[in-house]
Design a protein around this ligand. Structure first.
Ligand code: SF4
Ligand code: SF4
Length: 323
């Protein structure tokens, strides 16, 4: 059997998705059995020139994790797209922006100002910030351009499949490996997870109880058998795609939405606000204001993973506009 050519790449990400691939334990032997790895920056010393030397379409599958934050990441995404038959947005950041996309609440100028000028730990009297080109006696040094906003992989290249999660779970990766090995691939555009919302898979008991106040997990004594949302803990389960095995709920932590919008949900954060409004019991405006004040970090709560794919435009750029 001809082995598949497999590329793994990381852009704006933490490395957790790469670790998740290793975390499939003995199944990694199946990967070695069916695939030759041609690029994996976190683990192997391939160069970009090695990828450029591969014929177009010569890579069977590319698992691309991380969002697109700068010009190098976009350039490599386009290169890998050209070289790969199948492009997989692997993990929350490539899928919907992930944690790096929270930076879309500021533009690049504000980020540089904070990171290099005003942060209390800085010692930068000259106010120097990174530039794309710098002249030195030896010649010109170049850095990638830092974009005004963080994009998903599908914002810059066509993508065949999406594997959600921060990071993806073992069962999804094993299912993907099996599909690649047998050639029994799902329709283009499939999100390789459940077709239901997380709430539909959650085993905690719901009593259709109205919400009268909002609290945080460390400020209350959690009943481990009851729905967290009905206990006043903001859980994104109603608007999040299932398939993770309820891994946060199982340890008494609310869902933060890393599997992205549930099927039929366009904007995960906006839909969650609407879901809360539909179950919140308030007598008057004062009670509503009190409830709103109890959500200490609305942006980080409702858009923790999905800001790149939200309908809300990021600061300094219209939604879906190029950087
Ligand atoms: S809101 Fe959260 S805790 Fe409640 S049923 Fe849905 S997933 Fe489970
Ligand atoms: S419970 Fe929510 S945040 Fe936790 S892994 Fe599942 S989808 Fe992600």
């Amino acid at each position: 059997m001809n082995k598949l050519k497999l590329a793994l790449y990381w852009a704006a990400s933490c490395g957790g998705c790469d670790v998740a691939v290793l975390d499939i334990n003995e199944k990694i032997l199946d990967v070695a059995e069916i695939a030759d790895i041609v690029l994996w920056p976190i683990a192997m010393d391939f160069k970009y020139s090695d990828v450029e030397a591969i014929e177009d379409g010569g890579i069977d599958v590319c698992l691309f994790n991380g969002a697109i934050r700068n010009s190098e990441q976009e350039e490599i995404a386009r290169l890998l797209r050209r070289k790969s038959k199948v492009m997989v947005a692997f993990g929350s950041c490539a899928h919907i922006g992930g944690i790096p996309a929270l930076a879309n609440f500021a533009n690049s100028e504000e980020i540089f100002d904070r990171a290099y000028i005003t942060a209390p730990t800085n010692d930068n009297p000259g106010g120097i910030i990174p530039r794309t080109t710098t002249e030195v006696p030896e010649g010109e040094l170049r850095l990638p351009e830092f974009y005004n906003r963080v994009m998903t992989l599908a914002d810059v290249v066509p993508v065949e499949y999406f594997v959600p999660g921060c990071p993806p779970v073992r069962d999804q990766i094993v299912a993907l490996v099996d599909a690649l090995a047998t050639g029994d691939l799902p329709p283009i555009g499939t999100v390789l997870a459940s077709d239901k919302a997380l709430c539909d898979e959650c085993t905690l008991t719901r009593n259709e109880k109205k919400l009268t106040s909002i609290t945080r997990p460390h400020l209350t004594e959690i009943d481990p058998d009851l729905c967290l949302l009905e206990q006043g803990i903001l859980c994104m389960g109603p608007v999040t795609r299932g398939g993770c095995g309820s891994r946060c709920i199982n340890v008494n932590m609310p869902c933060r939405g890393c599997f992205g919008p549930a099927p039929g949900v366009e904007d995960q954060g906006a839909r969650m606000v609407s879901a809360i409004a539909s179950i919140y019991q308030a007598e008057d405006e004062e009670a509503i204001a009190e409830m709103v004040s109890q959500v200490l970090d609305p942006a980080g709560t409702f858009y923790r993973f999905s800001l790149s794919s939200a309908v809300l435009p990021p600061k300094g750029a219209a939604a879906k506009e190029q950087p």
